[in-house]
Design a protein around this ligand. Structure first.
Ligand SMILES: *[C@@H]1O[C@H](CO)[C@@H](O)[C@H](O)[C@H]1NC(C)=O
Ligand SMILES: *[C@@H]1O[C@H](CO)[C@@H](O)[C@H](O)[C@H]1NC(C)=O
Length: 877
């Protein structure tokens, strides 16, 4: 924490509190809200621009601040015009979120008909408050209620096509922007033939400790890192159970509303308040009056009649929210009701999801009447009906008195992937919403493709994807998320390394977490070791472009060499992509539950400096697809292909059945099957995976890759393991025919491989499209078994498809048939079989099959009889 902002901070940096006790008490007195000048002097901002736009004179507000006219400070404003308007006074009722002392700022406005920019010199970089005041004043020639305009900084869009059509409403917008340049500009861009206007601007330093980089992620559960990278907009700041507070009662000149208009069940709640003088701030300095003044902590809502035997409700507050954004939600707590420590245990819910379970303020603060706050991040996907619901309710424990408390909250919007806080257009005016560039292309391509499903389905899918998945399947396809990995070594020591590293990096949340009772909700991602960012930087030569071995929606994949010479694949995510964060988490979550020879495994990760980096063992032979077509690699023999298919089928079978929960991969394709130096197959990329706890089906928006998508999932959005089976059937056809699953350059009926292969098979002409390089080396029985498996996988109806276990048996059988024939066949020197790779591989591979199948020595008849029961099983599906 950068010292010096406040005396309170100074106290915390000295461990001996006793020495400073008199000073501390003095400060407590100063914090009393009646003493307005002293509370606002707790923090004096190094950057402090206060501008009353369009005013001819400076304006003194009741909160003691003077706003300069922007006529005096012409150097700040670059514009080709000089249009102002003002009225002597306006007398309208401002909404409760407008700071009451700010009304004089609305008396004048500056009007722009063309792009205009205010530029501010920033002497201290870091978070800035940017506060904007708007009111459509009358003007003889310009009608401000018809103004439509955009307001943006160099990086972030604050308002897009913004307008105020109601000439009775004051509008106040408050942002927190992390500025790392000595110049900061605010650009006003009128829409074509329209206007822009502004009544007042503040650009003021916010203290560094105000917003930390980490919060608890409510959904998906875990820790959220990287808040520094977001622009923030404060939407609600509420003093629960207390009075509204004007800026002069807050050291950072924030205004606080009452909770009356958000309280969903006022009958069940009652407000309590104590003297601000008894409110303490913790000695460790984690919470200071800069976080919130004591007048926020000295009042609260609690449950009415808390002594009822069966408390069966929550205290609830509902606020509007824009559901395409994620929100940072700060809750302020202070136990001003308990007589003794550890009497108050309650749960905190955000949008009906557990945020903190059995929160015990006593164990957080070790004292009563002591300020405490907790930050939560609510992912946009968890904001479903356009609102945020904050709830606190008694924990279901036998201890303590059933009650719950909330003293204040702030609801803060986080910028999205377009670096915008309003819509999906970035500062260069480009649409950067989900699937931005690919949408139009897709529709055209899809229709042109003669994709076997109707164009309507495609549009439907595109719509789902538009909502769900910012990076297109196209980029996924080109992306060999190649990486992957080796079996991780010592899970035990890895876990402890992880926890060590997280406590080393601990934010105040990290340290609180271990002390508090709700750590159960912070899913520990117990896998892999923590890699310091520096180590990875060295391993990749500072992430040099030359080291890039793959690029995808998530970010780039680098080949790195660790100090001990181990080669690793390093997947470096783009932290500003929200979707990336989700997939990063999903991948860690999934891989932490899974261990299998045929699944890629993670070596570790790095989330230092808000990086999202996953480290896998390097898979020397890259994606399976590049060994099938589209590269100069020698063709794999039929036996090698079968073995790779068997390996991947094993991996998927394990996913579906081996872990505690059934897991559906959702993106099975040849680029997600990676090969190590011995051509052992490992299934990779769990970014889209989903657990299926009920083992029935999961209802979800359609994700996956075109060409591999299960048509039934497509129609019903009901995801089951059988969707992976379908995709795997497509993989089998791809392996057999060695061509892309979608090839728009081919005649219409051939574009989609799965359809084309099935069609050819029905006509008895499948042999015509088999990879010509190996066609005559495939034993007939083996081919039949293989095609039979592929065909079953591609059944339209999921229930008719085999399980991965069944597929696995059939592939094993196909392999046995091939090997049996090879043994009989003495003219075995086919081109494919002479590939050096296979030779090198031969011995190792045998071990893999022993024990699961008939021995290598079995003759054909034995194999046949052995497999009969399996076939019966298979066909029974
Ligand atoms: C601003 O962002 C940079 C990274 O871009 C970070 O290092 C810095 O700590 C941030 N500062 C604040 C106050 O958020
Ligand atoms: C409080 O709210 C949560 C989430 O909405 C809900 O699961 C829980 O049952 C509620 N508690 C009571 C006592 O109604």
């Amino acid at each position: 924490m950068a010292g010096g902002f406040t005396s309170a901070v100074v106290i915390h940096s000295h461990s001996s509190l006793l020495l400073f006790l008199p000073l501390f008490l003095l400060l407590l007195l100063l914090f009393s809200p009646s003493n307005a000048t002293s509370i606002t002097s707790l923090f004096s901002p190094p950057v402090n621009y206060l501008i009353d736009c369009g005013s001819s004179t400076q304006t003194l507000l009741q909160d003691g601040r003077t706003f300069r006219s922007d006529r005096d400070s012409s150097s700040l404003l670059s514009t080709d015009e000089d249009i102002q308007t003002s009225v002597d006074s306006i007398n309208l009722n401002a909404s409760s979120s407008v700071p009451p002392t700010s009304l004089p700022l609305f008396n004048s406005a500056r009007i722009f008909t063309d792009e205009s920019t205010y530029t501010f010199y920033i002497s201290k970089m870091g978070r800035l408050w940017v506060r904007l005041y708007f009111f459509p004043l009358p003007h003889p020639s310009y009608n401000l209620t018809q103004a439509v305009f955009t307001v943006q900084t160099d990086r972030f869009v604050l308002l897009h096509d913004f307008s105020i059509t109601d000439n009775t409403s004051f509008v106040f917008k408050e942002y927190l922007l992390n500025v790392s340049d000595s110049r900061f500009s605010l650009k006003f861009l009128p829409k074509k033939k329209s206007l822009a206007f502004i009544n007042g601007i503040e650009v003021v330093t916010a203290p560094d400790p105000l917003i930390l980089d980490t919060a608890i992620s409510v959904f998906p559960p875990g820790n959220f890192h990287g808040i520094f990278n977001y622009a923030l907009q404060v939407c609600y700041r509420v003093n629960v159970g207390g009075p509204p507070m004007a800026p002069n009662r807050d050291p950072l000149l924030r205004s606080w509303e009452t909770d009356a208009s958000y309280n969903v069940f006022p009958q069940g709640s009652q407000n309590v308040s104590v003297s601000t003088k008894i409110i303490k701030y913790p000695q460790n300095g984690e919470v200071t009056p800069l976080i919130a003044p004591s007048s926020v902590y000295s009042s609260a809502m609690v449950m009415k009649d808390p002594k009822v035997n069966q408390p069966n409700f929550n205290l609830s507050w509902r606020m509007n929210a824009d559901q395409s954004f994620s929100y940072l939600i700060r809750l302020h707590f202070c136990d001003i009701v308990s007589q003794n420590l550890s009497q108050l245990y309650f749960n905190v819910y955000l949008n009906e999801m557990m945020g903190a379970a059995s929160l015990d303020l006593s164990s957080e603060t070790k004292a009563l009447a002591t300020a405490f706050y907790q930050d939560f991040v609510l992912n946009s996907s968890a904001i479903t009906n356009g609102s945020i619901l904050v709830q606190v309710g008694p924990a279901n424990l036998q201890q303590g008195i059933p009650n719950a408390i909330l003293n204040g909250f702030e609801v803060i919007k986080m910028s999205n992937m377009a670096n915008s806080l309003d819509g999906f257009f970035s500062v260069d005016g480009k649409y950067k919403g989900p699937n931005a560039n690919t949408l139009a292309l897709k529709v055209a391509a899809a229709i042109g493709l003669g994709f076997s499903m109707t164009a309507m389905f495609l549009v439907a899918v595109i719509c789902f994807r538009w909502r769900q998945r910012p990076h297109g399947w196209e980029s996924k396809d080109s992306f060999s998320s190649w990486l992957l990995p080796i079996q991780s070594t010592h899970p035990g020591s890895l876990c402890s390394a992880l926890s060590k590293s997280s406590s080393r990096r601990s934010s105040i949340f990290g340290s609180r977490k271990s002390r508090s009772g709700y750590s159960g909700y912070l899913t520990p991602t117990g896998i892999g070791r923590f890699f310091p960012f520096d180590e990875l930087r060295k391993a990749t030569n500072n992430f040099v472009e030359k080291a890039v071995i793959g690029v995808g929606g998530f970010g780039k994949v680098y080949l790195g060499t660790l100090e001990d010479g181990t080669k690793v694949a390093i997947k470096r995510g783009n932290p500003s992509s929200e979707q990336g964060i989700n997939e990063f988490r999903t991948e860690i979550d999934m891989l932490s539950k899974l261990r299998h020879r045929h699944l890629v495994s993670l070596m570790g990760f790095c989330d230092e400096n808000s990086e999202m980096i996953l480290v896998y063992e390097y898979m020397a032979n890259g994606p399976f697809r590049s060994h099938l077509y589209g590269s100069n690699l020698p063709p794999l023999s039929w036996k090698q292909r079968l073995e790779i298919c068997i390996g991947s089928a094993r991996g998927l079978h394990y996913l579906h059945t081996g872990a505690a929960q059934s897991i559906i991969h959702r993106d099975v394709k040849t680029t997600n099957i990676l090969l190590d130096e011995n051509l052992v197959a490992k299934v990779a990329d769990f970014g889209l995976s989903k657990a299926n706890p009920e083992k029935t089906h999961v209802s979800t928006a359609v994700k996956g890759s075109f060409g591999y998508l299960d048509p039934q999932y497509f129609r019903s959005q009901q995801l089951t393991e059988k969707s992976d089976v379908y995709s795997f059937g497509v993989v089998l056809m791809e392996v057999l025919c060695a061509r892309p699953v979608l090839d728009p350059t081919l005649p219409r009926e051939q574009v989609n491989l799965a359809d084309w292969a099935l069609q050819q098979h029905r006509r008895g002409m499948l042999y015509k499209i088999i990879d010509p390089r190996i066609a005559d080396t495939i034993a007939c029985g083996s081919l039949n078994k293989f095609v039979e498996a592929a065909e079953k996988c591609l059944e339209d109806n999921g229930a008719d498809r085999p399980t991965m276990g069944d597929v696995l048996w059939n592939l094993e059988y196909a392999l046995q048939l091939q090997e049996a024939v090879s043994k009989i066949d003495t003219n075995e020197d086919t081109t494919a079989n002479s590939i050096a790779l296979e030779q090198a591989n031969e011995s190792g591979e045998k071990g893999d099959h022993s024990g699961t199948q008939a021995t290598e020595e079995s003759d054909v008849t034995d194999v046949d009889s052995m497999m009969l029961s399996q076939i019966a099983h298979f066909e029974g599906r």
